[in-house]
Design a protein around this ligand. Structure first.
Ligand code: LLH
Ligand code: MG
Length: 379
């Protein structure tokens, strides 16, 4: 079996999400946006896809496509390793772009074998509990503008079936200066609103000092939080070693720092976190997240996956040491349950007990609306 073509395109759609200066998402006025769509075709007609707002279409067409045509998609690790090393001097070849290639290859392999990807990866469970991941705080009336607003929204999430909730709190530029006391107040009010039986986590401003991060961590320990993630710049691993040795609250990470599974190995060796973290988009696809997951398992650690990607769902279905699916980002003024226009249905519907099933059809299980995609390609 050989790859005969690979093509990435942008699809236009109406978005209600805007990004602030630091890149955090918030609800906003409808406007035209575009999402990347990758198609890899094999000589027997099998097609694999990836869709993501952050893949770089130009890099996929210019760098990746010529390199993989003629390759066997089942020599997946070989292709991934080769492309990983190409990232060094192709500085625009991001992990999110590598992720797109990786997902499309896994999609092909699953379809060809007639099994969902999580079974190809090993197969461990067919559903996972979700946590409601609340969007970064804002200054929108009826949105996430006060600790009270978080508490109200958290109660609504519990009523929908969520048994776990993560807060992202306020960050510049929404507030001029980070405010650890405001974070703790929001966490306190959410704990009071949902009671002791709902698992809670916090992902606050990502650039606190050590002392600010420790102040929040100790307060969250008293509130019975499950973990805190990324309260400081992750490039300073020694700051995380310091934080982790000073607090009893479990620290989860790293999330965004570069280096894929190898960075995770260094954090484990240094004792920089209690719970590991990786995600298909930020660490170069399923292939890398599986390496991290097995590494953490070998050290007796759990891994919590970043983001609501279909790739993360398949990894969770394949490993014993990942507990939750991050469902979101959620916001009182946004509807998470309606599929994006390029999908006919969402891949992560949640049942009344707070569980999401791993897609069970061959491949990754995206339910694409191919007519919408065809009609909205940006030329
Ligand atoms: O800073 C943000 O906007 C969020 O932290 C975002 O990156 C979110 O995806 C996240 O970190 N989830 O865990
Ligand atoms: Mg995070």
């Amino acid at each position: 079996m050989k790859i005969v073509s690979a093509k990435a395109e942008y699809i236009r759609y109406q978005s209600r999400m805007v990004r602030d200066g630091e890149g955090h998402s918030h609800p906003g006025k409808p406007h035209e946006a575009k999402v990347g769509f990758l198609t890899i075709v094999c000589d027997d007609g099998t097609e694999g896809h990836a869709v993501d707002g952050n893949m770089l279409v130009d890099v996929l067409n210019r760098v990746v496509a010529p390199a993989i045509i003629g390759e066997d998609p089942f020599m997946h690790e070989h292709i991934w390793q080769r492309m990983r090393t190409w990232q060094r001097l192709h500085s625009d070849f991001t992990d999110r772009t590598l992720c797109a290639l990786d997902l499309a290859l896994w999609d092909i392999c699953g379809k060809k074998c007639g099994v969902p990807v999580y079974k190809l990866l090993g197969g461990y469970k067919d559903k996972v509990p979700a946590y409601g991941s609340i969007m970064v705080g804002d200054d929108i009336k009826g949105g996430l503008d006060t600790p009270e607003a978080y508490a109200e929204f958290a109660k609504k999430l519990v009523a929908k079936g969520y048994k776990a909730i993560k807060l992202h709190t306020w960050m510049p530029p929404i507030i001029p200066n980070p405010d650890p006391k405001l974070d703790v107040k929001a966490c306190q009010m959410v704990r009071d609103a949902v009671g002791p039986d709902i698992a809670l986590m916090l992902d606050p401003y990502h650039d606190y000092t050590r002392e600010q991060a420790l102040y929040i961590a100790d307060a969250l320990y008293e509130l019975g939080f499950l973990w805190m993630e990324e309260p400081m710049d992750e490039h300073s691993m020694s700051s995380y070693v310091w934080l982790n040795s000073h607090t009893r609250l479990p620290i989860c990470g790293p999330e965004t720092v570069e280096g894929k599974n190898r960075t995770r190995a260094d954090w484990i060796a240094a004792g920089a976190s209690d719970i590991g973290r990786a995600g298909t988009e930020v660490t170069g696809g399923i292939t890398s997240v599986m390496k991290s997951a097995h590494l953490y398992e070998s050290f007796g650690m759990n891994i919590e996956l970043h983001g609501n990607t279909i790739g993360n769902l398949h990894v969770l279905g394949a490993i014993p040491n990942g507990e939750y699916f991050e469902r979101g980002l959620l916001h009182p003024l946004l509807d998470y349950e309606t599929p994006k226009p390029w999908f006919k249905s969402i891949y992560d519907p949640m049942d009344e007990n707070g569980f999401v099933s791993i897609p069970s059809v061959p491949g990754l299980g995206w339910d694409f609306d191919y007519d919408y995609i065809k009609d909205n390609i940006v030329v």
